[in-house]
Design a protein around this ligand. Structure first.
Ligand code: ATP
Length: 423
């Protein structure tokens, strides 16, 4: 599919309307070395709204960051607070982030890879060096910003044609071996931009995966990339591409990736659920190889949900198929788990997802107006019996059979304490 591209003039005009754009243009009039690069110029040329402004300078990224931070107008600062730039002196990078925008600044550099998968060795570089170190041609375009009479676009060969044609192409044969995380970035861009992967680039990615390139990268870096892929607007499409490149199988995750299953579960997921966690859970289901999750550097919270989803989905589906959704057996289960369980149950028996839907939309929000203290005050001895009485009453409330404090208390006190413990 071909994509009409904006001109450099149109990009500059758009930049003037982006958060931080006028401040950046003002700084670019003071120093000669500022250029818009990477995702920002790619998206602006496509007529999209860049997520952040990627900028390079020849030197002193910290100086530009400080000047930009102090130029952000007080009206744009959260609670009028000063904007603090974040500096990474070791890498020559800096960022300025505030309520409405973000600018990432990097000193132009050349990179070489001491070993496949290792972090690159970095040294100051020219404009061309800085474009050549990038992942894909469409990200290797720059627009120098100095003065109103900008020099126009600078790019690696073929970059503008590839952008126009919607093609993702690496810059050289060794790109994926040097940095295998680019294979995961490739899937993200393909899903996000809806670009095709140029055939030789696809071949190189496949060869790198088959050759064990992913094993040269730390689990933390792979996990971070998987998380970014899962958080894409169409994260399932990114996982589809990862699967087609052999990445999921190489990581020991189930393949093929079941896109339909994710979409069926997603349709059940309530607004307070996380699509990204659900997607990772689906990508790891059926949970035959969850060991991989230990090495991916997920936070405890992410890990717990993802593993619960992948591991508990079959049991959850069985529960939904066998019990009414008012049952407290779903109590405390993550929404992502119930959504996947619902989708699996529906595959077994049409209509079974309704129980998950009812639980997620209504029943899980029902709370009693009474608590254990009320029962103790009414003479019930402290102990497990209190929890049992409350659970039975809660279920009656979910079924619409009791409402209001008085009725709840009456029901809770009238419960036969010999009811089966599993309730
Ligand atoms: P996003 O909207 O996700 O931020 P982006 O293209 O701006 O998309 P970033 O991760 O912010 O991506 O990186 C900014 C730029 O830095 C990229 O466009 C690319 O040129 C370059 N880059 C980032 N990571 C790599 C990498 N692993 N190898 C080579 N170049 C990279």
């Amino acid at each position: 599919m071909s994509h009409p591209l904006h001109s450099a003039e149109q990009v500059l005009e758009q930049l003037g309307r982006l958060p931080g754009g006028p401040e950046l243009l003002a700084q670019a009039r003071r120093r000669e070395d500022v250029a818009l690069v990477g995702g920002a110029i790619r998206d602006a040329l496509l007529g999209h709204w860049p997520r952040e402004l990627d900028v390079t300078v020849a030197t002193d990224s910290a100086g530009l960051a400080a000047a930009l931070a102090s130029a952000i107008s007080p009206g744009e600062r959260a609670y009028g607070r000063a904007v603090e730039p974040v500096l990474h002196e070791r890498f020559g990078t800096a960022s300025v982030a505030w309520q409405y925008g973000r600018i990432d600044i990097a000193e132009r550099r050349a990179e070489s890879y001491p070993a496949p998968g290792a972090l690159p060795e970095v040294r100051p570089g020219s404009f061309e060096d800085d474009l050549r170190r990038r992942d894909f041609t469409v990200n290797a375009i720059a627009l120098p910003l100095h003065g109103a009479d900008n020099e126009g676009l600078v790019s690696v060969e073929g970059a503008l044609d590839d952008l126009h044609a919607g093609l993702l192409r690496v810059l050289h044969e060794e790109s994926f071996r040097d940095d295998p995380t680019r294979i995961l970035r490739l899937a993200r861009y393909a899903a996000r931009l809806k670009f095709e992967i140029e055939p030789h680039t696809r071949e190189l990615a496949g060869q790198a995966v088959q050759g064990g390139a992913l094993e040269t990268v730390s689990g933390d870096r792979i996990g971070a990339e998987l998380w970014l892929a899962a958080r894409e607007t169409d994260g399932a499409a990114a996982f589809g591409v990862l699967d087609s490149l052999g990445v999921l199988a190489a990581l020991g995750m189930p393949s093929p990736f079941d896109d339909d299953l994710f979409r069926e579960a997603e349709a059940l997921l309530p607004d307070d659920g996380s699509r990204a966690l659900l997607l990772l859970g689906v990508a790891l289901y059926p949970a035959s190889a969850l060991e991989i999750t230990h090495s991916l550097g997920f936070t405890r919270e992410q890990w717990t949900t993802v593993v619960q989803v992948a591991h508990g989905a079959d049991k959850g589906a069985e529960t939904l198929l066998g019990l009414p959704a008012t049952m407290p057996v779903l109590e405390g289960a993550d929404a992502e788990l119930v959504a996947l369980a619902g989708a699996l149950a529906e595959r077994e028996s049409e209509g079974a997802a309704q129980a998950a839907r009812d639980w997620l939309t209504t029943h899980r929000h029902v709370r009693l107006d009474i608590d254990g203290g009320d029962l103790i005050a009414a003479g019930i001895p402290e102990g497990p019996e209190i929890g049992l009485r409350l659970a039975v009453t809660l279920q009656l409330k979910r079924e619409g059979r009791v409402s209001g404090r008085e009725q709840e208390l009456r029901e809770a006190l009238g419960v036969e304490p010999s009811l089966p413990a599993e309730l």
